[in-house]
Ligand binder design. Structure first.
Ligand code: GLP
Length: 261
C-alpha cells in the first residue's frame, strides 16, 4: 500500500485527479475497451472532480469511453433530491464532461426489489470484465462506501442499515435533522472494491485521523473496513497533513521519505 501525504486538500485533489486522468489516458480506452471506473461521493472527492472537469476542459482527458459504477446510494430518496448520490454525481462531474449517459451506473435506491438491484449491479460490473480503477473515500469510522463497522470484509453489493455515527455525520447535508437522513442504503461490498485492479482512497482532514491510523498502523479489522485494503495488491491512500495527526511521527517521516512528494 502506498501512502501519499500531501500538504493540504487542494494538493490531494490535484494529485488524485491528475493520476486518474493519466490512468484513463494510458488505458487507450475505446468503445470496445472502456476504462471501467468506480466512483465515490462525499466531500472528500469534490476537489478531485473539480480538477478532473478542468482537465477535461483543457482537453487533457476524455470520458467518452469511460464506464462508471458508483459506490452507493441512499434507499428511498428521489434521484433528483439534492442529497441523492445520483444528483451529487451529475452536479459535480457527469454534467460537465463528455461521458455518455448509458455509461453511467448508479444503484437505484428506489428499485421495487432492492436485493435484485444489488445482484444485477454485480452482474453489470462483471459484464464489463470488472473494475479497472476504484476511487474511494471513507467515513470517520473507517467505512468505505457504506460498509459500516462490522461489515463482512468479503461482502458484495447489498442493502445496509446505516449506523448512528454515519447518520449523525451525514445529517449536515439534511438540515442537521437526524430524522431526515435515510436509514438505509445500497452499497458495493468491501470485496467489490477489493476486486478492482487498482484502488485510490482519498483521506483528507483531521476528522479522518483515527481511521487513517487504523488502516496504516493497525491490523485488518472489520470494525474499520478500509483496513482490508492492506491486502490489496495495488492500493494508494492519498491524504493530507491534517489526516496524519494520529500517526506516529516515525510513520509520517517514513512515508514522506519513500514518496518524496
Ligand atoms: C458517506 C459515503 C462514503 C463516503 C463518506 C465520507 O458515508 N457513503 O462513500 O466516503 O460519506 O464522506 P466525506 O468525504 O464527506 O467525509
Amino acid at each position: 500500500m502506498r501512502i501519499l501525504i500531501h500538504k493540504n486538500y487542494e494538493d490531494v485533489s490535484h494529485w488524485s485527479a491528475e493520476y486518474l486522468a493519466h490512468k484513463i489516458n494510458a488505458h487507450h480506452a475505446a468503445s470496445d475497451k472502456p476504462f471501467v471506473l468506480g466512483l465515490p461521493t462525499g466531500s472528500s472527492p469534490i476537489g478531485t472532480y473539480q480538477r478532473l472537469v478542468e482537465l477535461y476542459r483543457e482537453g487533457k482527458v476524455s470520458f467518452k469511453n469511460v464506464v462508471t459504477f458508483n459506490m452507493d446510494e441512499y434507499v428511498g430518496i428521489p434521484e433528483d433530491h439534492a442529497e441523492s448520490y445520483h444528483y451529487f454525481m451529475h452536479y459535480h462531474l457527469f454534467n460537465h464532461v463528455d461521458i455518455p449517459k448509458e455509461n453511467i451506473h448508479i444503484l437505484n435506491g428506489n428499485a421495487a426489489d432492492l436485493e435484485a438491484e444489488c445482484r444485477e449491479y454485480e452482474n453489470a460490473i462483471k459484464s464489463y470484465g470488472g473494475i479497472e480503477f476504484f476511487l474511494g473515500g471513507i467515513g470517520p469510522d473507517g467505512h468505505i462506501a457504506f460498509n459500516e463497522p462490522g461489515s463482512s470484509l468479503s461482502s458484495l453489493t447489498r442493502v445496509k442499515t446505516l449506523t448512528y455515527d454515519t447518520i449523525v455525520a451525514n445529517s449536515r447535508f439534511f438540515d442537521n435533522d437526524l430524522d431526515k437522513v435515510p436509514k438505509m442504503a445500497l452499497t458495493v461490498g468491501v470485496a467489490t472494491v477489493m476486486a478492482a485492479r487498482e484502488v485510490l482512497i482519498i483521506i483528507p482532514g483531521y476528522s479522518k485521523a483515527r481511521a487513517l491510523r487504523q488502516v496504516v498502523e493497525e491490523g485488518i479489522n472489520h470494525m474499520w473496513t478500509v483496513s482490508m485494503f492492506q491486502l490489496h495488491p495495488k492500493c494508494i491512500i492519498v491524504c493530507d497533513d491534517a489526516a496524519t495527526m494520529e500517526l506516529r511521527v516515525a510513520t509520517v517521516k517514513y512515508f514522506k521519505d519513500i514518496e518524496k512528494l
